[in-house]
Design a protein around this ligand. Sequence first.
Ligand code: ATP
Ligand code: ATP
Ligand code: MG
Ligand code: MG
Lengths: 224, 224
Amino acid sequence: VVDARQIRKSYRMGEVVVEALKGVDVRIDHGEFTCIMGASGSGKSTLLNILGCLDRPTSGTFDLMGRSVDSMDDGELAEVRNRFIGFVFQTFNLLPRSSALQNVELPLIYARVPSRERRERAMAMLEKVGLASRAGHRPNQLSGGERQRVAIARALVTGPALLLADEPTGNLDSRTGRVIMDMFHSLHSEGNTILLVTHDPEIAREAGRILRIKDGLVESDTAN
Amino acid sequence: VVDARQIRKSYRMGEVVVEALKGVDVRIDHGEFTCIMGASGSGKSTLLNILGCLDRPTSGTFDLMGRSVDSMDDGELAEVRNRFIGFVFQTFNLLPRSSALQNVELPLIYARVPSRERRERAMAMLEKVGLASRAGHRPNQLSGGERQRVAIARALVTGPALLLADEPTGNLDSRTGRVIMDMFHSLHSEGNTILLVTHDPEIAREAGRILRIKDGLVESDTAN
Ligand SMILES: Nc1ncnc2c1ncn2[C@@H]1O[C@H](COP(=O)(O)OP(=O)(O)OP(=O)(O)O)[C@@H](O)[C@H]1O
Ligand SMILES: Nc1ncnc2c1ncn2[C@@H]1O[C@H](COP(=O)(O)OP(=O)(O)OP(=O)(O)O)[C@@H](O)[C@H]1O
Ligand SMILES: [Mg+2]
Ligand SMILES: [Mg+2]
């Protein structure tokens, strides 16, 4: 489902060039559950953003579900993202002036789901992450872990074929983290593909495969 | 150093009142190293913000280093914060248009440290958290864990008598988290007071005392 080759990403800052990714190959088959691990600053979020069609590599090729992403324009990318991809950002990226419920409804609005069904599905997802009583709260009226769970609910609400989650349990106690991991496993058991970035070895243990990134390169890629 | 009694915090949202803290007593002596744990949404950040003089309780009394905080005006609170308190926010709260170095210098500017000494001390702190090469980057040019480390460096740069840190290792791999915990222990060994919120039981194990919060109340408060 993901076939990325020789992915490079560099940032020019005046006279200095920061090479966040230095030639990464990632191939993920349908239905795999993979964790990405690596030190802070090693390039994990940069890689995930590229695989989630939120950013373009400086060079390299990337096919998503058999189609070349490099040849798509921004409109086509947005369409692919909405139809197939759920993304949990490391910094949540919720709409600040919308409620938790409105934030979770957003992917369903893009998918043109009728408003009553949209509201029911969004509320059901908020209930699953334990936030039914917080549906009307805006992000600045929520705790850190509540915002993280709203971001997770939003990513899961369309039942995406490919879920990309950037450190999704970092702000959660272990019981709440368990609820979230069970939801990911449930999505996985329906045949979907999961790619999780985590710093937690306990979480990584639950994946079928662990990809370790070091200094912008793949250090190891092993079945779990 | 901290004597807080019957702290309540409620938020009015239309007809609903959310009681984030329902009568919490916290007493912390000079030189203690305490961890606060509890489920997502239980009230930890709300409590930490009040103890760090960043927010006021709805009711209750709070003495900091023997002085009543309730009777201070905002100017006096700001002065107390700058002189005695280092605060690591759960969401980092860095100045978006300033570099990492400028962000770390900020408490030294308030403390009227001369510019050359200020720059040297801020750079030394960035080096300790492994970010010397990122000194010129703005927050949106940094990884999640790099932003967290800048927030930590800023909180530590004045060598505060009271360090309050809200989930300071949530975005860090274990090796980088170890570096940060060693810096906290070093500050502690100089006689300073540390209050850490964490979801990580491995981190909590390193404290002298664990305070568990549940639904806005203290569930337990035990020596470690
Ligand atoms: N401005 C606000 N208005 C209404 N409710 C709020 C507001 N801020 C926080 N809350 C609620 O108060 C409760 C406690 O929030 P707090 O941020 O202290 O939780 P926490 O223990 O730090 O959680 P986490 O581990 O997820 O960071 C949460 O349930 C939250 O929804
Ligand atoms: N816009 C940018 N300009 C310059 N450098 C950048 C930019 N964005 C990221 N970087 C650098 O690229 C490197 C990789 O960043 P990335 O966010 O992928 O790291 P990460 O592995 O996700 O780290 P963490 O575990 O801390 O979240 C970092 O060292 C960071 O400083
Ligand atoms: Mg990251
Ligand atoms: Mg919190």
